[in-house]
Design a protein around this ligand. Structure first.
Ligand SMILES: C[S@@+](CC[C@H](N)C(=O)[O-])C[C@H]1O[C@@H](n2cnc3c(N)ncnc32)[C@H](O)[C@@H]1O
Length: 263
C-alpha cells in the first residue's frame, strides 16, 4: 500500500514540522470549545505529527488510518509513555467503529479526499452527537504562482492525459461542505493556523515524485510512472528556465470547519 511504503520517510518528505503541528493543535483547541460533549475522531491520522499534540485536548481521542506503517510511526511517539492514543488501523471507507451519536469533533488533515464522500456523509450523520458536532478539515494552501503549485498542476494535467484521475483535497472539501450546507450545516470562517516560507525548485517536485511509490496519491505501474515523469520534465523545461532554480514562497495551513446539521 502506498502510505505503508512511504511511512518511514513521510514526515521528512511531506511533514509539517513540530512547530506547525503544535500551532494546528492549539487552533483546533480553540475551535472545539463548544463541542466537548463527545469524542474526537481523527480520520487519516497518519504518523501522528499533529495527533501527538491533539492528545492534550480536553476530549477523548481516537485516530483511524488505513496504513499500519503510518500508525506504527504514530505509536512510536508514545513508546515511552503510559497513556497511549487509541489508534485503529482500518479503511475509512468501511464503517467507522464508534457508537452512534458519540462523536462531537471529526477532524481530518490532508486525508479526507481519499475517502468516498457519500460514505463520509453517512458516517458523520450516524456518529455525530446530534445536538452539537463539528467537522474540521485541515490542508496546506500554496500560492497559485508557487513552483510547487505549477508542478502539481502540470502533473494533474498529465495524469488526466494518461487516463488517471488525481484526487483533489479542495474539490473534495467543497463537495462535502456543499452537501452538509444543503442539509443545514453552517460553515465557519476559515482559519490560518500557521504560515511559513518554503524554497522549492522544479527539480525538487520531480525528485520527490521519483522517490515514492506511485504518483500524486496513486499506485501506478513503474513503466507508466517513468513515462509520466519524462513528460513532466519536458513540460517543466518549457515553463522554467532552470529546473534547479529555487523560488521562495509562503505556504499556510488552513482549517475549514462546518457545524454539522443534525440537531
Ligand atoms: C497525506 S497523509 C496525511 C497524514 C496526516 N493526517 C497529516 O496531515 O500529516 C494521508 C493519510 O491518509 C491515510 N489514508 C489514505 N486512504 C485512507 C483510507 N481509505 N482510510 C483511512 N486512511 C486513509 C493514509 O494512510 C495517510 O496516513
Amino acid at each position: 500500500m502506498q502510505f505503508d511504503d512511504q511511512a518511514d520517510i513521510y514526515d521528512k518528505r511531506t511533514g509539517l514540522g513540530e512547530k506547525t503541528a503544535q500551532k494546528i493543535a492549539a487552533t483546533v483547541n480553540q475551535m472545539i470549545k463548544p463541542y466537548l460533549k463527545g469524542q474526537f475522531l481523527e480520520i487519516g491520522a497518519g504518523t501522528g505529527e499533529i495527533g501527538y499534540f491533539l492528545q492534550d485536548l480536553p476530549i477523548p481521542y481516537i485516530g483511524i488510518d488505513l496504513s499500519n506503517g503510518m500508525l506504527e510511526i504514530y505509536r512510536q511517539r508514545f513508546k515511552e509513555q503510559k497513556n497511549r492514543p487509541r489508534l485503529i488501523q482500518m479503511d475509512g471507507n468501511a464503517i467507522w467503529p464508534l457508537q452512534n451519536g458519540s462523536v462531537s469533533v471529526f477532524f481530518s488533515s490532508r486525508a479526507m479526499h481519499q475517502l468516498d464522500h457519500e460514505h463520509v456523509l453517512n458516517q458523520l450523520k450516524k456518529l455525530a452527537v446530534p445536538t452539537s458536532s463539528l467537522l474540521i478539515l485541515g490542508n496546506v494552501k500554496r500560492s497559485k504562482i508557487s513552483t510547487k503549485t505549477i508542478m502539481r498542476k502540470e502533473m494533474h494535467s498529465l495524469l488526466n492525459n494518461f487516463g488517471l484521475k488525481e484526487k483533489s483535497g479542495q474539490s473534495n472539501r467543497n463537495l462535502l461542505f456543499d452537501a452538509l450546507e444543503k442539509q443545514g450545516g453552517e460553515r465557519l470562517p476559515s482559519i490560518t493556523a500557521s504560515r511559513w516560507l518554503v524554497s522549492h525548485a522544479p527539480i525538487d517536485s520531480i525528485e520527490s515524485w521519483k522517490n515514492v511509490d506511485g504518483i500524486a496519491g496513486q499506485a501506478i505501474d513503474q513503466k507508466l510512472k517513468t513515462k509520466i515523469l519524462d513528460s513532466l520534465i519536458l513540460r517543466a523545461k518549457e515553463k522554467f528556465t532552470d529546473l534547479h532554480l529555487a523560488m521562495e514562497t509562503e505556504e499556510t495551513y488552513e482549517l475549514n470547519a462546518i457545524k454539522l446539521p443534525y440537531n
